[in-house]
Each structure stands twice: as structure tokens, then as C-alpha cells.
Write a protein that binds this ligand. Structure first.
Ligand code: NAD
Length: 299
């Protein structure tokens, strides 16, 4: 068997075209331009690349973005006070704090400072709680993108065995919750899992997000499985690879995402989707408030 490659770039391009139509409609019918504010602390080179990609993607679909860069030694208070300004600004519909933050920051406190109605990364406790009960407003972008990819290629999820390798708050855990919400039987593996292969071999759907090149090799994969490689690893020779040994896994899987060109473009795209969703929600809230005013003055 040779896996069909799931082309994240083309699925993302399709979704971005839909985003463009939505922003055009919001602008022309309601005069609303969705806005994203990005907060970055320090100049970590990888973060700078991610932020640049996000800002370019916003421009591409008609979202107005702005970046606020703090020096690495900035205080937490200064960052939280900037977030409060963005919370109060009606032209900002989404606020994103680029992670990781420098070590002197309490990440949880910073994420909690974001208005939950503008939490387009989906990391605020309110949105995490929503995910647990299957009713989230802003699903975290990477697992959200994986779900869209699976749906796009018609993978049946209900009743299948799904194994998620990696249990971080931003990828592995929300991924497991989303698959569970769609009635998969989910196992979550992590760095302390003993004999990883005994779990991965049972997966009809295998999602790998560990950050370890070649962690998953062909014999660990069930024949015909759908494999989603979330990992992004830069090798010493400069190549970008995922967590799966591509050639051997592709021989066992029925479908597989490549790295690069798989999950990565979807992550940025789902940030655009969440930002537009937030602008639409703000518009609806505004229209409801107007109607309530009209009703009370007519009464
Ligand atoms: P993380 O370091 O926060 O978490 C890694 C998880 O993998 C942990 O739960 C850890 O226990 C587990 N793990 C580590 N080594 C393991 C091993 N040998 N066996 C089993 N489990 C192991 O990382 P993260 O932020 O979740 O990111 C994971 C990977 O996904 C990284 O390569 C990251 O660059 C990539 N990533 C990609 C995207 C994208 O858009 N494609 C987005 C976010 C993260």
C-alpha cells in the first residue's frame, strides 16, 4: 500500500478562499473589517516566522492585523495592560499571544487576561472548558485544522480507534477531545507511555504531535490507517520533517499528511476562520443590542 497524500496546502487554499468571501461580505454589507491583534514578547526566530505567516495570511483574506512587539525583558503587567487595551477596542476581534513566552511570565495569567470573546487561539480556560463539554466557540487552531483535513478527505471518525501521540495543552489534549466528541475511541500517549507501538498499531486514525523526528516508523502503523503528522522538526541539515518516518509509514497508511504542506497551513487558516467567526459574533451582539434598544424605546 502507498498512502494517498493529504494535501493541506490545497485544502487550506480552498478554506482561505471562503474566508475571503466572508470578509468581503462583512465589509460590503456591514462595514466590518475583522481585526486580529498579535502580541509577541522577545524575538524568538521561530516565533517571528510564525507571526509573519499569520500576518501575511490575514492580509491575504481581508483581515486587518496589527502586531505589538515587546522586548524579551518586558514585564507581565505591561503585556497584560496591552491585552486590556485590545479587549476594549471594538476593531479588534481576535487577540493572539504568540507562545512560548519568556520564562518570567505566568502563561496562564496572560492567557486568562484575553477577553474570552476574542480568544481566537482557544487557550482561555473558558474555551478549554467549552471543548470538554463539546460546545466550544473557538476551537484551538491546530487540532481544528486536523479535523477539517480528516473531514475533507472523508475519513469516518465515529466508532474508529484514534490514537493521539502527544498530550500538550495546545495540540494533543484538545485533539483527543475533538476526536472523542466525534465518537472515536481515543487513546492518548505521551513521553512516559511504555511501549508506544502497542498503542499506535491499533489506530485507525493516528495523530502524532510529539516533536520527535522518526518517532513513528512503518511497523508501528496499522495497515490502512490514516496518519496525521503534526510534528515540525528542523534537522541539522536544515530539512523540515515531521514525527513520522515518511517512507516507511507511507507504505502502511492509506492516507497521510506530509511535512511540510500538511497540518501547518491548516493551523494558520483556522486562526483566520476563528477571527472571522469572532467578528461575526460581535456583529450579531451589536445588532441584538440595537434591536433591544429599539424595542424598549417603542414600548
Ligand atoms: P510539546 O513539547 O508541548 O508536547 C509534546 C508532547 O509529546 C508531550 O505530551 C510529550 O509527553 C509527548 N512526547 C514527547 N516525546 C515523546 C515520545 N518519545 N513518545 C511519546 N510522546 C512523546 O509540543 P507541542 O506544542 O504539542 O508540539 C508537538 C509538535 O507539533 C512539535 O513538533 C511542534 O513543532 C508541532 N506543532 C505543529 C503545529 C502545526 O501547525 N503543524 C502546531 C503546533 C505544534
Amino acid at each position: 500500500m502507498t498512502a494517498r497524500i493529504i494535501d493541506g496546502l490545497s485544502v487550506a487554499a480552498e478554506k482561505r478562499a471562503q474566508c475571503r468571501s466572508l470578509t468581503t461580505a462583512l465589509r460590503e454589507r456591514h462595514g466590518v473589517v475583522p481585526g486580529l491583534a498579535v502580541v509577541m514578547v522577545g524575538e524568538d526566530p521561530a516565533s517571528a516566522v510564525y507571526v509573519r505567516k499569520k500576518i501575511q495570511a490575514c492580509a491575504d483574506v481581508g483581515i486587518a492585523s496589527r502586531k505589538h512587539l515587546f522586548p524579551a525583558n518586558a514585564s507581565q503587567e505591561a503585556v497584560i495592560s496591552q491585552i486590556a487595551e485590545f479587549n476594549a477596542d471594538p476593531t479588534v476581534h481576535g487577540i493572539l499571544v504568540q507562545l512560548p513566552l519568556p520564562r518570567h511570565f505566568d502563561v496562564k495569567a496572560v492567557l486568562e487576561a484575553i477577553d474570552r470573546e476574542k480568544d481566537v487561539d482557544g487557550f482561555h480556560l473558558y474555551n478549554v472548558g467549552g471543548l470538554v463539554i463539546g460546545d466550544t466557540v473557538f476551537p484551538p487552531c491546530t487540532p481544528y485544522g486536523v479535523m477539517l483535513l480528516l473531514d475533507h478527505v472523508g475519513v469516518e471518525i465515529s466508532g474508529r480507534n484514534a490514537v493521539v501521540v502527544g498530550a500538550s495543552n495546545i495540540v494533543g489534549k484538545p485533539m483527543a477531545l475533538m476526536l472523542m466528541q466525534r465518537e472515536a475511541t481515543v487513546s492518548v500517549c505521551h513521553a512516559k507511555t511504555r511501549d508506544l507501538a502497542q498503542f499506535t498499531i491499533l489506530a485507525d486514525i493516528l495523530v502524532v504531535a510529539a516533536g520527535c523526528p522518526d518517532l513513528i516508523v512503518g511497523p508501528m502503523v496499522k495497515s490502512g490507517a490514516v496518519v496525521v503528522d503534526v510534528g515540525i522538526n528542523r534537522l541539522a541539515d536544515g530539512r523540515l520533517v515531521g514525527d513520522c518516518h515518511f517512507d516507511s509509514v507511507a507504505k502502511r497508511a492509506s492516507m497521510m499528511t506530509p511535512v511540510p504542506g500538511g497540518v501547518g497551513p491548516m493551523t494558520v487558516t483556522m486562526l483566520l476562520v476563528n477571527t472571522i467567526n469572532s467578528a461575526q459574533r460581535a456583529l450579531t451582539r451589536g445588532l441584538r443590542a440595537q434591536m433591544a434598544c429599539t424595542d424598549s424605546s417603542a414600548a
